[in-house]
Design a protein around this ligand. Structure first.
Ligand SMILES: NC(=O)c1ccc[n+]([C@@H]2O[C@H](COP(=O)([O-])OP(=O)(O)OC[C@H]3O[C@@H](n4cnc5c(N)ncnc54)[C@H](O)[C@@H]3O)[C@@H](O)[C@H]2O)c1
Length: 262
């Protein structure tokens, strides 16, 4: 039997990468999925692939838009049991010359956006008698702010650390209502966002993978592997797991890449 049979899920960031793979996997595992993304055409393409799924253009950094979209998605699906949030925007690499508007944008997309999405979904999950809130967090950047060049993303790291705390606080406040809150910490994953970020630093993704070598024992992840982490946490097989972030990194944390970065 499909693992998410009868579940209703909203995936924010469904237009690309990890969010898109998660939307596909949840759909294949029996969930009714609504897709949201800043990129309307990308969200529409994923939604069309899932059989005309409800689809929304959304800037997760906009509090009112998030509340409107979550409400519309839940109404379109007949309620809400699961919400996954995986936005990834441009990242900056400096402290000294970081313009306030860039800092605020990065922080709002990743951290404030997670909070807004959780806030908006909680009443619907409560109505459903419980559910799961999930967010993609980045362990290396959320746990450690500065690594070897080019992996020094101050605003991104700060936002990812905040995401972790939003996940934990939500678990503490809402577990008694049957609402679980978890994250997935992906290792380096071959997505449009990751490839673009490397290329902006003059690094080709294959070169990067070769350079890290045995530090990533299983190589770079494909987004489908990260989506499997979300599937597990969304499922009833994770019924006693909350306030927790699952590392899906193919052994990078344990290997040389991990030692280099941590
Ligand atoms: N790819 C990796 O190596 C990696 C590693 C660790 C963590 N992550 C995290 O995983 C998540 C997904 O990353 P990805 O690699 O799949 O990225 P991606 O760029 O391939 O996909 C991200 C999607 O989010 C959408 N998006 C961007 N800004 C948005 C906004 N303001 N509102 C709504 N949607 C928005 C984009 O349009 C895109 O469709 C991110 O949170 C990222 O930080 C990725």
């Amino acid at each position: 039997m499909a693992i998410l049979n009868g579940k209703r899920a909203l995936v924010i960031g469904a237009g690309s990468g990890i969010g898109q793979a998660t939307a596909r996997l949840f759909h294949n595992e029996g969930a009714r999925v609504a897709c949201a993304d800043l990129n309307r055409a990308a969200a529409q393409a994923t939604a069309a692939e899932l059989g005309a799924a409800p689809c929304f253009q959304l800037d997760i950094a906009d509090h009112q838009q998030v509340h409107r979209t979550v409400d519309s998605a839940a109404k379109a699906l007949g309620g809400l049991d699961l919400m996954v949030s995986t936005p990834f925007g441009p990242v900056s690499f400096v402290i000294e010359n970081l313009p306030p508007e860039q800092w605020q944008r990065e922080f709002n997309v990743l951290a404030s956006g997670t909070l807004y999405a959780f806030q908006a979904a909680i009443p619907w999950l409560r109505k459903a008698g419980g559910g799961v809130l999930l967010s993609a967090t980045a362990s290396l950047f959320g746990d450690y702010g500065a690594h070897t060049h080019p992996a020094i993303f101050p605003a991104y790291s700060a936002a990812k650390a905040a995401q972790e705390m939003i996940i934990k606080a939500t678990a503490m406040l809402h577990s008694r209502e049957g609402i679980r809150s978890c994250g997935v910490q992906p290792g380096f994953t071959r997505t449009e966002g990751a490839v673009r970020t490397l290329e902006e630093n003059g690094i080709q993704v294959d070169q990067f993978e070769a350079r890290i070598g045995e530090g990533m024992p299983m190589g770079m992840a494909m987004p489908e592997a990260v989506a499997e982490g979300f599937l597990f946490l969304a499922s009833d097989y994770a019924s006693y797991i909350t306030g927790y972030t699952l590392l899906v990194d193919g052994g990078s944390y344990a290997g040389r890449f991990g030692r280099m970065l941590y």
